[in-house]
Design a protein around this ligand. Structure first.
Ligand code: ADP
Length: 165
């Protein structure tokens, strides 16, 4: 077991993602968090912003690197010599989607294994989507994300409220 990749949109990173990255980094010698450039969902943060926000969130974990990626996850994993894809699973909500994607990735790249980490209890209900909704409606998000992410979200939401509709 050597290099593992943890791919995702991370728009933005939450403590749920940080928890998975930290736990994976305790098992694999090196972990690359791979920030997907163009997921099929609308994004609040640019690719570079999502990379920077995640990077600052794992500053204290020496064997984690955060990089952007484009195209298929399995192609990126092969390009950097990773044999494992890490994903996180929150109760029933993620299972169907994650299972389907793991099987498709296995079909595309039988040499790459998917390893899923069960979400910690306190983050089971936490998603970037819900977080953004709470922030938009003025709720307190400080217990779900590091301070720098909460500040970036607050600013982005304030700016997008000012933009003409
Ligand atoms: P996606 O990759 O589907 O765009 P995300 O970027 O939000 O979604 O998440 C990346 C990975 O982290 C996925 O495997 C997702 O299930 C997992 N994840 C998201 N939020 C949490 C959480 N609160 N706890 C554990 N895993 C999570």
């Amino acid at each position: 077991m050597s290099l593992a990749v943890y791919p995702g949109s991370f728009d933005p990173v939450t403590y749920g993602h940080v928890d998975i990255a930290t736990r994976a980094a305790a098992i694999f010698p090196r972990l690359v968090v791979a920030v997907f450039d163009s997921p099929s969902k609308s994004l609040l943060f640019s690719t570079q912003e999502r990379v920077d926000l995640f990077q600052r969130s794992v500053e204290g974990v020496p064997n984690v690197e955060v990089r952007p990626f484009y195209g298929l996850t399995v192609d990126f994993a092969r390009e950097i010599g990773a044999a494992v894809l890490v994903r996180g699973l929150r109760m029933a909500t993620d299972f169907d989607f994650e299972f389907e994607m793991a099987l498709m990735n296995r079909k595309l790249a039988p040499d790459i294994e998917v390893v899923s980490f069960m979400s910690s209890l306190e983050y089971q209900y936490l998603s970037s989507t819900l977080l953004k909704d709470i922030a938009r409606l003025g709720g307190d998000i400080r217990e779900f994300v590091p301070d720098h992410v909460a500040n970036a979200l607050r600013h982005r939401i304030k700016d997008s409220a000012k933009a003409p509709k």
